[in-house]
Design a binder for this molecule. Structure first.
Ligand code: PMP
Length: 469
């Protein structure tokens, strides 16, 4: 379908953009705005780099969408999937059947996850993992003889996916406004954002205060009605919101006190992002259920799932009978083959340890140095994810910085400069965030941060010209 005279690599960018615009509905996209400029066509990846159809080389500061943990260009993952597809591309696990990669991966996940996890339920995505969790925790309480426990407590500005249950668990007002969400029985408390809510308190005090909102919500609903609490160890899509160190242990204490299931959504934090295999290990809590996806295959093929802790697994497998839930592709052999090879890479190259000991601390130092930039109010990092706030006027503490009058505009300007200058950062309002592949080296972090600094200069110039500073 490509016309004569197509450009480099046989690609005609304009023509592809026209086809894209005519036929492809993108996720979370304003299509009228997209039509004006046309989508950028990404054609190749290697390591931390991407190339577009015009031949531009770009540092992927977002690891695809927080998922390409092992980096691009891993032929051994492609080989593993290829071999499995030749052997057995697909078979289901519904009717007393199983397949070799799904079993091997289940055992490996039990091995690398915290000790309470010996079972896995497979899905295709993070959203489906969270849908599974809603059904599983309600089924658990039915089996436990407390069917009144239906309520699930989550947080404002959380992201748990785009399916009906995932988007309901999530705390994104813009998503709830479309399609009659949340579904019944989902309740939201505030997020543990020190910058947003911690004025006049130390971080440690604020962590306890924010966890206390859970207890207040449990008491308002009645503990006998509450099934579970769900949270991301570090909120990703909400803007890399890193909770104070006091937050998660206090959440754990409250869940234990009222006998409520604790769920960790590790779709972003799992598989090394924070320098531990799972984010709950860094944050110091022991969940009953973990949602995972993304990094389990480094995004090479779709796979997600739920790690099921002993408390829930025991009832489900000993007393539960049929759990009437599952997907055609639960335990897809080719996807599980990709995950096995991906985890082997993370292990043999010690990429998780490298985040903890080398690349994570280096990213932290680099982002701390960006705070000297006149446009940057404050910056936070955790493992290999980081966020910085673009502000109108800098202050001594996070609470003294003055934001721009209309948020989103400066973040979008900055994102465009980044994209045009070969580095991908995501804008969440006026907060710029990164989460590069875990395979990034210390030298490549320097290269990325140098480009970020240059683009901050360009943004500052533009903001000054427009009289916004
Ligand atoms: N949970 C979290 C924490 C996520 O970040 C995401 C995706 N960004 C999801 C769930 C949904 O995953 P998916 O897009 O694979 O459905």
């Amino acid at each position: 379908i490509l016309p004569e005279g197509a450009g480099p690599q046989g690609l005609d960018t304009k023509f592809l953009q026209q086809l894209d615009s005519a036929h492809y509905l993108h996720p979370f996209t304003d299509h009228a705005a997209l039509r004006e400029h046309g989508a950028r066509v990404i054609v190749r990846g290697d390591g931390i780099y991407l190339w577009d159809s015009e031949g531009n080389k770009i540092i992927d500061g977002m690891a695809g969408l927080w998922c390409v943990n092992a980096g691009y260009g891993r032929t051994s993952i492609a080989d593993a999937v290829h071999a499995q597809m030749l052997q057995l591309p697909f078979y289901n696990s519904f009717f007393n059947t199983t397949n070799v990669p799904a079993v091997q991966l289940a055992a490996l996940l039990a091995d690398i996850s915290p000790p309470q996890f010996q079972h896995v339920f497979y899905t295709n995505s993070g959203s489906e993992a969270n849908d599974t969790i809603v059904r599983m925790v309600r089924r658990y309480w039915q089996l436990a003889g407390q069917p009144g426990r239906q309520a699930i407590i989550s947080r404002r500005n959380a992201y748990h996916g785009s399916t009906m249950a995932g988007a309901s668990l999530g705390g994104m007002a813009g998503m709830h406004a479309q399609g009659g969400l949340p579904i019944p029985g989902i309740h939201h408390i505030g997020q543990p954002s020190y910058a947003e809510g911690g004025r006049g308190m130390s971080e440690a005090e604020f962590g306890l205060e924010a966890a206390g909102w859970l207890e207040a919500s449990i008491l308002a609903l009645g503990p006998e009605n509450v099934a579970a609490f769900i949270g991301e160890p570090v909120q990703g899509a909400g803007g890399v919101i890193i909770p104070p160190s006091t937050y998660w242990p206090e959440i754990q204490r409250i869940c234990d006190k009222y006998d409520i299931l604790l769920v960790s959504d590790e779709v972003i934090c799992g598989f090394g992002r924070l320098g531990t295999w799972f984010g709950c290990e860094l944050m110091g809590f022991q969940p009953d259920l973990i949602a995972f996806a993304k990094g389990v295959t480094s995004g090479y093929v779709p796979l997600g799932g739920v790690l099921v802790g002993g408390r829930v697994a025991h009832l489900l497998t000993e007393k539960g009978g049929d759990f009437n839930h599952g997907f055609t592709y639960s335990g897809h052999p080719s996807a599980c083959a990709a995950a096995l090879e991906n985890i082997r890479i993370l292990e043999t190259e010690q990429l998780v340890e490298r985040v903890a000991l080398a690349t994570g601390p280096h990213l932290k130092a680099c982002f701390a140095s960006l705070v000297s930039h006149p446009l940057v109010g404050h910056a936070e990092t955790c493992g290999l994810t980081a966020g910085l706030n673009l502000v109108r006027r800098n202050g001594e503490t996070v609470h003294d910085c003055e934001p721009f009058a209309s948020t989103h505009v400066v973040g979008m300007l900055c994102r465009k400069h980044m994209f045009d200058n070969g580095v991908i950062m995501r804008a969440v309002g006026d907060r710029m965030i990164v989460a590069p592949p875990l395979s990034i080296t210390v030298g490549q972090i320097d290269e990325m941060v140098e480009r970020i600094r240059y683009c901050l200069d360009l943004t500052l110039e533009e903001v000054t010209q427009r009289g916004w500073m």
